[in-house]
Design a protein around this ligand. Structure first.
Ligand SMILES: Nc1ncnc2c1ncn2[C@@H]1O[C@H](COP(=O)(O)OP(=O)(O)OP(=O)(O)O)[C@@H](O)[C@H]1O
Length: 346
């Protein structure tokens, strides 16, 4: 069942603003679904959250929660929980008071149950931390307290704005896995905003990529990864191997030579993406020099300077990875090649 629905939502800051911060956005979030909104700075992600929370008026369109139009529903009546980037904890109160504030503010009664606070702290991995001072907590611990506070009133929709934004990468990666487990156990419906692809892909059932106030693509992480809807999305995901191509049958003519394309690809002049995994070292193919080599844990990322055409990103296994300056030859696998739809289609 759909919990949240945005219908043609537009926001413009001032009549003369050149551009809409949100421009006719349609989006549905199902109950228990975790949706992550991704996009470059200024693409409208925070404005989208603020509109749903009721902190930002729409210029056009409707926001529905559980089928009910929220136009006249004030922030505190919407039943949404919000957790912002800077987590806004009260620095002079202890952990327990910060969490119970989340209960009190939604009218859970004057004496929020100590049991519930204990239960929430347990849930976020800080059992027994009630009397600790907020100032004594690490960044990751503060993030957990903020999460416990946001979850305290059992919101029907939890909204997170760059929830792990300020934490270091290792901690973020661990917390993402924890959050994913927690949301799935609780069946929480989540709308999160991030500009970190890795975070969005690890957390979400569905990702929504925004560009200039519009949705450039929405789909499961796998769909978006495998079939970026435009060159913009492909580049936003960090793919650099994008070139003009002329597609004819199973082949595309490119600056890198003939590249095999998946069956059924559109013909004619196109833009072509080759994911790094599709650039394979072989005995005889496009001649390249290895310009750089980066160890990535599970594989080695290579930047190759081909005889013809722009630099090429490739991946290879750890064993037998070539060194910088080595001469190699590469071929392409069609499963990792995507003929990108026209920009406008996004
Ligand atoms: N209060 C405001 N007044 C005027 N313009 C605004 C206001 N808030 C946001 N904007 C503009 O609306 C657009 C979308 O902003 P928004 O903060 O939603 O983007 P974002 O994707 O969340 O960016 P970031 O990742 O940097 O937080 C931007 O062009 C921004 O400058």
């Amino acid at each position: 069942m759909t919990l949240l629905q945005l219908e043609g939502v537009s926001v413009r800051f001032g009549e003369r603003a050149a551009q809409y911060a949100l421009d006719g956005v349609d989006l549905a979030v199902a109950e228990h679904e975790v949706v992550c909104v991704l996009g470059p700075s200024g693409s409208g992600k925070s404005t989208l959250l603020r509109v749903v929370a009721g902190l930002q008026q729409v210029s056009a369109g409707r926001v529905l929660l559980g089928g009910a139009d929220q136009a006249d529903v004030p922030v505190h009546r919407r039943g949404v929980g919000l957790m912002f980037q800077d987590h806004q904890l009260f620095p002079h109160r202890d952990v327990g008071a910060n969490v119970s504030f989340g209960l009190r503010v939604r009218g859970a009664g004057r004496a929020p149950s100590a049991d519930r606070v204990a239960q929430l702290l347990e849930l976020v991995g800080l059992p027994g931390a009630q009397s600790r001072a907020v100032a004594s907590l690490s960044g990751g611990e503060q993030q957990r307290v903020a999460l416990a506070r946001a979850l305290a009133p059992s919101p029907r929709l939890l909204m997170l704005d760059e929830p792990l934004g300020q934490l270091d990468r290792g901690l973020r990666e661990r917390l993402v896995v924890e959050l994913r487990g927690l949301f799935s156990r609780l069946g929480t419906t989540v709308l999160a905003v991030t500009h970190d692809q890795g975070e969005a892909f690890a957390l979400a059932d569905r990702v929504v990529v925004m560009r200039d106030g519009r949705i450039a693509q929405a789909g499961t992480p796998l769909e978006v990864w495998q079939r970026p809807a435009s060159e913009f999305v492909a580049r936003f995901l960090g793919f650099e191997n994008v070139v003009p191509a002329v597609v004819s049958g199973p082949w595309a003519a490119t600056a890198w030579g003939k590249v095999p394309v998946p069956a059924g690809s559109p013909e004619g002049e196109q833009r072509l993406l080759i994911r790094p995994a599709g650039v394979v070292l072989c005995a005889a193919g496009l001649k390249c020099e290895v310009a750089s080599r980066t160890f990535r844990g599970t594989h080695v990322a290579l930047v190759l300077r081909p005889e013809t055409g722009p630099v090429l990103e490739a991946e290879c296994g750890l064993a037998g990875a070539p060194a910088v300056g080595d001469r190699v030859e590469v071929t392409f696998t069609p499963a990792e090649v995507v003929v990108l739809p026209e920009e406008d289609a996004g």
